[in-house]
Design a protein around this ligand. Sequence first.
Ligand code: ASP
Ligand code: MG
Length: 318
Amino acid sequence: MLVVQKFGGSSLAGAERLRRAAAIISDSAMAGNDVVAVVSARGDTTDELLADAKRISGCPKARELDALLSTGETGSAAMTAMQLADMGHDSVSLSGAQAGIRTDNIHGSARITDIDTGRILRELDAGRIVVVAGFQGIEDNGDTTTLGRGGSDTTAVELAAALGADRCEIYSDVDGIYTADPRLVTGAMRLERIDYGDMLALALHGSQVLHSRSVEAAMRSGVRVHLLSSFTRHEGTVMGFFPDRPALCGVTRDKALSTVSIIGRGADANILAETVGILAHSDIIVTSTELFDGGCSIRVSPDKLLPALELTHRRFFR
Ligand code: ASP
Ligand code: MG
């Protein structure tokens, strides 16, 4: 089998976690799979690089920002490959450009236009584990681009599609998709499966679990994505086409917009009205509402966002 395994920044922060991620890759290779790993920058590297840039320049050029931010993932890939070599594997790290990932020239939020898989396939043929730097590509002039925050997910899904991978796994610090972010809401329940459409609605309304473009890419190409934790090795959540999906699948908040959204094909005007009513009971004033394809949302003042999220979750998911 050809397996693509992506690791998020928190799964690679520090030597211990990096070893843990490498052990997952190693197990997969030892089981006889061809493995392409995709890695994010370690820990908070991207935020730190952004802060460094701001200290130096009030208005850095997007091209230079991409040149800088991409180093987070490039370094991460090299270190993962080193760790795998230490474990006795033949491994090679590749930048986005080396991996054949071509993009448009919109620096900071480039889209992958095409992937030339030649180099990756040659490395796999030679028996190597390939570690690709996520979040980056190369545009027609040869300049490095980045895909937008969270973009390594998209690198992984697009690679899985281009390579015709048998399995695509995305590892983070949470073991799948929950009815609400389990770090914010007690009693949130893990979903065994989630439909592409529901996941896209979650991603577009504030959930940070997956880059929304990665969901679009998975949907377009029919790649099934297994969302797993590199810490627990639990079951996780499978994202795919699931026509029998539940009427309501979860709630999410968007901090920037100060909204809480209820996601699911059954989240209609009645659910919206009920939500406004429940919140009014707790003295939370809803300042605006919206019905959209696949869900509904309410806006509250920023200090009421978390209580509104908890109350909404309690009403519909417990
Ligand atoms: N390192 C980038 C970010 O922090 C990309 C990613 O992790 O997916 O947004
Ligand atoms: Mg992410």
